[in-house]
Design a protein around this ligand. Structure first.
Ligand SMILES: *Cc1c(COP(=O)(O)O)cnc(C)c1O
Length: 446
């Protein structure tokens, strides 16, 4: 059961099918364009959508809004240092700023940046600096039915191949995303992180985590590798292997806005801090209010509670199990923060160039007012170059929905699956040059 009781509630919208149909047309068949007031169950993302605890709300009242040297910064700094062991902690308003500030100070045109799988903003920030984002995850990650315990693991042979191709001078850093969001929220094992770490040490290449879901990853390691240590100790064993991390605290920070870079290197800290002052703010607030830093510090402590994690990971697992039991094809095993519908198997009659995962995303909204997000050809493809997977991610916000909300999503998905032949593909009518999925407009193709 939930390891909490509910102290404040927010009514959810109920919208007629006719209203949903009109909303889809108005939105250009892109759910990013639909107002949240027209969404019944919003599984667009687990990012920034967490419910804060009573202690986090109380922390907001403890905000010290001094421009420099706010006491909230010091608590935040100490919390991050305790969790990660890294010396320098630089707050930012969200994860992509951490990526931007780190990469723009180390990635040069032509450089290659390996990762298990780059998240969309990570890939875009590497490319924005002229770099090449290379995904080096194990092959199993691309098989949506392979039930592998640590499907987020890096393939060391693929790292060797990047090294052989471009040489260590052209690899400014290696990233490891825990858990591997774009590959289905799949965990990375401690053994694998150790191997990546020693590979990086051997070749003298800096090693950073994209640590958005570090606590969920640590919980998976405890369960699947049978580790005896508590969650903070396991998380710390991961961080000890690397030189630093970028973090979107909108995930395992349990806040609605926030992020940071934490690292040991003094010179890189100075470079990042100098740019921070230019684009985010003074280093003791980094684009956030003092109160936000206090809530973030509190959230980072709460997320390491094993009872919380058992519920969190269990809720997502049961949601996935419900879909499996209903015969709906999903990516297996179920990851930490989301269940991914496998649109290739759900809609085998729609070819990839007609965006099956996007079509499924729209159909799910039309059927039940549910908002998921496409992770497939619209997000990652371009003419003649398509991603391996066509997924619809149903991300579960932390501490927000109960079992009956997710049961409703299972029932809706089941009835949609039964009439899947009636779903049509889509074509693009407008796209932006980068991160096109956020603003693209589409229309149905018969
Ligand atoms: C969310 C996320 C980011 C980017 O963070 P924002 O706070 O959305 O800017 C980067 N990497 C991963 C793995 C993420 O899940």
């Amino acid at each position: 059961m939930e390891p909490f009781k509910i102290k404040a509630v927010e009514p959810i919208p109920f919208v007629s099918r006719a209203e949903r149909e009109a909303a889809l047309v108005e939105a250009g068949y892109n759910l990013f364009n639909i107002p949240s007031e027209l969404i019944t169950v919003d599984l667009l993302t687990d990012s920034g959508t967490s419910a804060m605890s009573d202690r986090q709300w109380a922390a907001l009242m403890m905000g010290d809004e001094s421009y420099a040297g706010s006491r909230n910064y010091f608590r935040f700094e100490q919390t991050v240092q305790q969790i990660t062991g890294y010396k320098h902690v630089i707050p930012m308003h969200q994860g992509r700023v951490a990526e931007n500030l780190l990469f723009s100070n180390c990635v040069r045109p032509g450089d290659h940046v390996p990762n298990n799988i780059h998240f969309d903003t990570t890939k875009a920030n590497v490319e924005h600096n002229g770099g090449v984002a290379v995904d080096c995850v194990i092959d199993d990650a691309y098989d949506p039915t392979a039930e592998v315990a640590f499907k987020g693991n890096m393939d060391l042979d693929k790292l060797d191949q990047v090294l052989a191709k471009v040489g260590r001078e052209r690899i400014p850093l290696v990233l490891l995303t825990i858990t591997n969001n774009s590959g289905g929220g799949q965990p990375v094992s401690l053994d694998n992180a150790e191997q990546v770490s020693s590979w990086c040490r051997r070749h003298r290449i800096p090693f950073f985590y994209d640590a958005c879901r570090f606590a969920e990853n640590a919980y998976f390691c405890k369960m699947r590798s049978g580790l005896d240590e508590d969650i903070p100790t396991i998380a710390r064993r991961f961080f000890d292997l690397a030189d630093g991390c970028t973090m979107s605290a909108k995930k395992d920070g349990l806040v609605n806005m926030g992020g940071f870079v934490a690292l040991n290197d003094q010179e890189m800290t100075e470079k990042v801090t100098n740019m921070l002052i230019l684009i985010e703010g003074f280093p003791t607030y980094g684009g956030l209010a003092g109160r936000d830093l206090e809530a973030m510090a509190q959230g980072l402590e709460e997320v390491l509670d094993e009872r919380y994690l058992a519920h969190r990971i269990g809720q997502v697992r049961d949601f996935g199990q419900g879909l499996c039991d209903a015969g709906v094809p999903i990516l297996l095993p179920v990851g930490g923060h989301a269940v991914y519908l496998d649109a290739r198997r759900f809609l085998p009659h729609i070819p990839q160039e007609l965006f099956p995962a996007q079509a499924l995303t729209c159909a799910l909204y039309l059927e039940g007012g549910i908002r998921g997000v496409e992770i497939g050809g619209l997000m990652f493809g371009s003419a003649g170059k398509w991603p391996e997977l066509e997924l619809v991610r149903l991300a579960v916000p932390r501490r927000v929905y109960t079992k009956s909300h997710l049961d409703y999503v299972v029932a809706t998905s089941k009835s949609l699956f039964e009439k899947r032949d009636s779903i049509h593909g889509l074509k693009i009518t407008y796209e932006a040059p980068v991160l096109r999925h956020f603003t693209a407009r589409l229309e149905p193709v018969n």
